[in-house]
Design a protein around this ligand. Sequence first.
Ligand code: C2O
Length: 482
Amino acid sequence: MATPSNVRIRRDIWKLSEQNVWHPIILNYAKAIAQLQTLDASPFADPRSWRHLAEIHGSSIPRSQWPAGAHWNACEHGSWYFLPWHRVYLHHFEKIVRDAVKTVHGPANWALPYWNYTDPARPKVRHLPPAFRDQLLPDGSPNPLFVNLRGPTMNTTGQLGTAAVSTTTALAESVFTDPAGGGIVPGFGGGVSGRTHAGGLPGSLENTPHGSVHIGVGGVNPPGWMSRFETAGRDPIFWLHHANIDRLWAQWLRTSWHANPNDDRWLRESFEFGSGAWRTILATSDVLDSRGAPLRYRYDDEPAARARPARATRARLEAVVRRGPPEMLGATRESVALGETPTHAEIEVSPARAAALASFAGAEQPQRVYLKIENVRGEKLSAGSFHVYVNAPPQARGAELAKHLAGTISMFGVLESSQRGETHAGEGLTYSFDITDLVARLSKRKNWDPNKLRVTFAPIPDSAGQVYPGDLKVGRVSLHRG
Ligand code: C2O
């Protein structure tokens, strides 16, 4: 089916910037933001005001001071609702910006561009697009796309690191979520959960590149706007980052056997934003086809025709589900600090269980091995992300070390989820990696001794090459077999 002409196209900001730093789509975005910022009188009661829109994501304004009809402090993280919630949020935002674009005499079909920071062939895309680094608009007035509270050098020469923008782990996930995973199988889209602001198990996409790009842009010392839930939406790049995350969801679904959950708890959940003439309320099932009403957009790299619906997924999903909840093989006894230099944790596995894992490489039954990193908490970040290695020799560096990489954990949300609040219990963040292939490789190289499992956390420096004193801790690291 051809794309109907009323489907708007969300375009790659770096490609627009290459044509013209102030391409009309970018300039109209800036002018529309300036317009919405004029509505910013406290208490941000106008649902179109820039601050009202940002407070929806996260808010430190006490509930008693919220304007009537506000649905604030509501972002869904560590949850299978992460992707649909943010899709509806973006749609709500885009409607309001499009209307503001009209008032500044822009086109009626304006659509939000996206920031694709992942292209190994074009390293420059890891920089913020140039229009976001200029202090002034072409007419000499202040540029609302420029934000001071970003990581060091991000407004000049700095760029995101290659680990922060990697989509490899996320796009390789075979299921969106694993209902039987017991909070261990991360999947692409996040663990089964109720509504949660900073809660359960994030999906692989939410961890990296999503979280690592947030902190990469915002910085850690001090955390800039993009690094915190309650300020992220005030940086205009937030919306282009989320358009990219939304695009990656569509891209993941183009692998024919990938599919969204087929579960009413997910499909029927609805999300509400704004009020009055600017109220949006939509359920997950309303937004799974972005080209149809009410969304009506597609990304410029999506085929013009709709992809055929995924098939053969049920068999795949059942293959995962039939294994049942993974079994824990061992765990650390003490918490582990995440510091300015690499730290290590040892997992003790009982001999009987170790024997089962030692024969892993030759096992007939397909089995998966997971590394879970639980309750990461703190009030001060030493780095925005950490590499996690398994059984890395103490002297290993570079390519040798990379062979032991289990994954990267992003600290976005750690500060919020460490505080006991109305919406969460202060449990911190939890991550999980499927390390089956890593374990298979290590055992082939005789580098896999499950009795002595050593996990290393190495901080990834920020855009200025720095790490900082902080107080981050991992509550427990555990090994599971499913
Ligand atoms: Cu709700 Cu990118 O965050």
